[in-house]
Design a binder for this molecule. Sequence first.
Ligand code: SAM
Length: 285
Amino acid sequence: MENSIEKSVLYVVATPIGNLKDVTYRAVEVLSHVDHIAAEDTRHSARLLKQYQIHTPCTALHEHNERQVAHSIIEKIHQGETWALISDAGTPVVSDPGYFLIKEARIQGVKIVPLPGPNAAIAALSASGMPSDRFVFEGFLPAKSTARQKHLQALAVESRTMLFYESPHRVLASLQDMLTAFGGERPMVFARELTKTYETIRQDSIAQILKWVESDTQQLKGEMVLIVAGADKGPAGSLGHADEVLSLLLAELPVKQAAHLASQITGVKKNELYQKALAMKSSKS
Ligand code: SAM
C-alpha cells in the first residue's frame, strides 16, 4: 500500500469503541507514519497501538493539559512535523478532548485532515430503528439533577430523534428524569457495550426500559448510548401539537399571553399550558 502521509498536517483519527478490529486501514497507516501521536490517555491507547505494531511516540493531551500542549503541538507542526490526534475511543472531539487544539490549529493555518471511523452515537443510531433523517446529538446530560431535569424538560417538544451519552453510575437517574420529562410511553433504545462481548441493544418505552434496567443490574455496567424518539407532533388539538405551538409563541411573547393564545389555537386547557410554559421558560433561563 502506498504511504500517502502529508507533511505539516494534523490528522484527526477515529479509533475503535471496543472491538479493535474496527480500526480502518488508513488509520493504521497514518498512526504508523506520523511523527507523533497526541492521545487522550497514552496507556489506554497503548493496547491499540501494540495490536497494530505502531511504534510512533505518544504525548498525552487531555482536558487538564489541552491548552498548554496544543500550543506546542501547533508549533511543531509549523516546524514541519506531522501529528495525529486520537482519543480513548471513537471520534476525537466528540464528547472527547481536542476541540481547543483543532480550533487553535485552524486559526493558525494548520492543515487538518479527518480520518472518519467509529462513533458510539452513530453506531447506536444505525442499529436503532429510530427515525434518522433528522436527529440531535445531546452528548452527556448535566450531572446535577436540577440542571438535568431542566435540560430534559426543554427537550420535551423536540421532534427529532435524540442521542445521549450516559455513564453507568448516572443512567438510572437519567432514565427516571427522562420518564418525567418525556412520559413513560415515549419509545427509546438502550444501546450498551457496542462492538464488545456484552453488546445489548433494546428498544422499548422509557417506562419499560427503566423497569428492565432496575431489575437487571448487569445493564448498569459498561458504556451506553440512549436514543429517545422525538416528540410526536400529533394532530392539531393534541398535547404534542400544543407543546410545539406553545414553544413557538414563547419565543416571542410573555408566558401568560403565550399560554392564552396556544390554548385558543389548540383547544388544550389554558392552565395546563400555563404550567408547561413556566417549565419551558425556566428550563431556558
Ligand atoms: N468520542 C467517542 C465517540 O466517538 O463515540 C465518545 C467518547 S465519550 C467520553 C464516552 C461515551 O460514549 C460513553 O459514556 C458512552 O455513552 C459512549 N460510548 C463509548 N463507547 C461505547 C460503546 N462501546 N457502547 C456504547 N456506548 C459507548
